[in-house]
Design a protein around this ligand. Structure first.
Ligand code: HEC
Length: 155
């Protein structure tokens, strides 16, 4: 009986100390999930909205900006340290050939040097909001680029 208690509390303690370790290790160790054509063809069910973008931006600040940069430039500190060549999302053309489904998949599972993703942390809806946010970096840049800068020429 004492032994069972001991083992049981050990398991409990392990669960407290390493809540997600089993899951993460399994994913990193064994075969990476593969993106299927169906994944890439998925349509974004979440319309971009100021609230959705704000929610995604918060999460992005914690989990993504260290690599992709606060502004989506791909020049976050960690990316620089790891010498990653990331897309500059401020240029919409950088990811224009990728479908929302594809972006969603990478956000969910990572790819290459982007190890892991949000799949085990955030619900699907939030991940789609992150896709909207990623796209929005380019839209903002495009919007300001469209504005004629010479409207009121500065002396
Ligand atoms: C360790 C640095 C790192 C972190 C943290 C990171 N990424 Fe990435 N991300 C990458 C790399 C590297 C790629 C390119 C992967 C490839 O295709 O080889 C990438 C690719 C992507 C892509 C596909 C589009 C593209 O430009 O290739 C999306 C979308 C993306 N990341 C979103 C996110 C989001 C959202 C987060 C936070 C939840 C995040 N990333 C966190 C490194 C990172």
């Amino acid at each position: 009986m004492r032994r069972t208690m001991f083992v049981a509390s050990g398991i409990l303690l392990f669960g407290i100390l390493y809540p997600k370790s089993n899951f993460t290790q399994e994913k990193a160790g064994s075969a990476e999930p593969k993106m299927t054509p169906e994944d890439a063809a998925k349509k974004n069910p979440v319309q971009p909205s100021p609230e959705g973008l704000a929610e995604a931006r918060k999460l992005y600040g914690y989990d993504c900006a260290m690599c992709h940069g606060k502004d989506g430039s791909g020049k976050g500190d960690l990316a620089q340290d790891m010498k990653l060549e990331l897309h500059d999302w401020r240029d919409p053309a950088s990811i224009e050939k990728m479908t929302d489904g594809e972006l969603f998949w990478v956000v969910s599972y990572g790819r290459g040097k982007m190890v892991g993703g949000e799949a085990d942390r955030s619900p699907e809806k939030v991940r789609w909001k992150l896709v909207n946010l990623v796209r929005s970096f380019g839209k903002k840049a495009a919007a300001s680029a469209d504005k004629p800068k010479t409207e009121s020429p500065q002396p």
